[in-house]
Design a protein around this ligand. Structure first.
Ligand code: NAD
Length: 293
């Protein structure tokens, strides 16, 4: 199986490395020279070259507009084998996934949306969770590749359903992080040792992934971006994008998301301060007093 890959960022590069390490014949492309140089997989000089005659083309890009541009304007989609499968693992709007699928199907290719959860660590370790939308037969084609990058795959429904599940997951993640940041700061004030807090919560009712993996105070949890001044995580700007997807979907559905709206406002402040590239746990800095351990 020949595999083309577009997007070698924080997630895309380690995911592509896992696909190559599993023995697939992979060629990748990213717009950024630095991303291509650091990818650790065979790279091409253009998206169309990376996609030439491939059976499967995987995209891992920031937003829907990038996915559509990378497929169409770059000539990548047209360069694939005639019945190729396009797997978009980016987190994009449900509508954009459906639009991308229409463009792909219009030229006889196949499409599934397959956004992921698990963060950069999950991408590096090959333990991502995939939430997929599309035809069962197309998911079957994709499964050996998804297995190289992740440990779980959910088939949620038709095209776009994977993205719907992903925006629900991320809105819970964002709100959990806001609560974790508030607890972490208050724990510092109340003199509660953060490791004790985590030990208690993990066997009690306050447990969360953010608490155990992305504690927003340095030197508590080894995998947390707070240890590296909030670098090397899930960019606040990307989380803000995901909350925008959730807020748009909710507005169309006539549902209020007040907690999400509040967290989105906090992320806007981080982005306006020029820190949108920092991990979203940097929202701890919005709290009045710095956290102490
Ligand atoms: P990133 O910003 O680190 O990487 C994106 C890459 O895409 C960049 O290297 C950029 O140069 C490249 N790019 C943009 N447009 C391009 C184009 N037209 N052609 C070729 N390359 C192009 O982003 P990331 O953290 O890798 O995230 C990618 C997607 O995965 C996003 O949709 C994000 O929401 C989602 N996601 C991220 C995480 C995380 O923890 N970082 C977790 C789950 C899902």
């Amino acid at each position: 199986m020949r595999v083309g890959w577009i997007g070698l960022g924080a997630m895309g590069a380690p995911m592509a490395r896992n696909v190559a390490a599993a023995g697939f014949d992979l060629v990748a492309y990213d717009l950024a020279d630095a991303a291509r140089a650091a990818a650790g997989v065979p790279v091409a000089d253009s998206a169309a070259d990376a996609a030439a005659d491939v059976d499967v083309l995987i995209t891992m890009l920031p937003k829907g507009e990038h996915v559509i541009t990378a497929l169409t304007e770059s000539g990548a989609l047209a360069a694939t084998a005639p019945t190729a499968l396009v797997i978009d693992a980016s987190t994009i709007a449900v509508d954009d996934a459906q639009r991308a699928a229409e463009l792909v199907q219009a030229v006889g290719r196949r499409f599934i949306d397959a956004p992921v959860s698990g963060g950069v660590t999950g991408a590096q370790n090959g333990t991502l969770t995939f939430m997929t939308g599309g035809a069962a037969g197309d998911l079957e084609t994709a499964q050996p590749l998804l297995n190289a990058m992740g440990s779980r795959t959910f088939h949620v429904g038709p095209i776009g359903a994977g993205q719907a599940a992903k925006l629900l997951n991320n809105l819970m993640l964002a709100v959990n992080m806001a609560g974790t940041c508030e607890a972490a700061v208050l724990a510092g004030k109340l003199g509660v040792d953060p490791e004790t807090l985590i030990d208690i919560a993990r066997v009690s009712t306050g447990d969360s992934w953010t608490l155990r993996n992305y504690y927003p105070v340095a030197d508590v949890v080894s995998t947390a971006p707070s240890n590296s001044d909030f670098r090397n995580g899930f960019a606040a700007s990307l989380m803000r994008k995901d909350l925008g997807l959730a807020l748009d979907a909710a507005e169309r559905a006539g549902v209020q998301l007040p907690a999400v709206a509040q967290v989105a406002g906090g992320l806007d402040r981080i982005i306006e301060a020029g820190d949108g590239a920092l991990d979203f746990s940097a929202m701890v800095r919005l709290l009045d007093e710095p956290a102490t351990v």
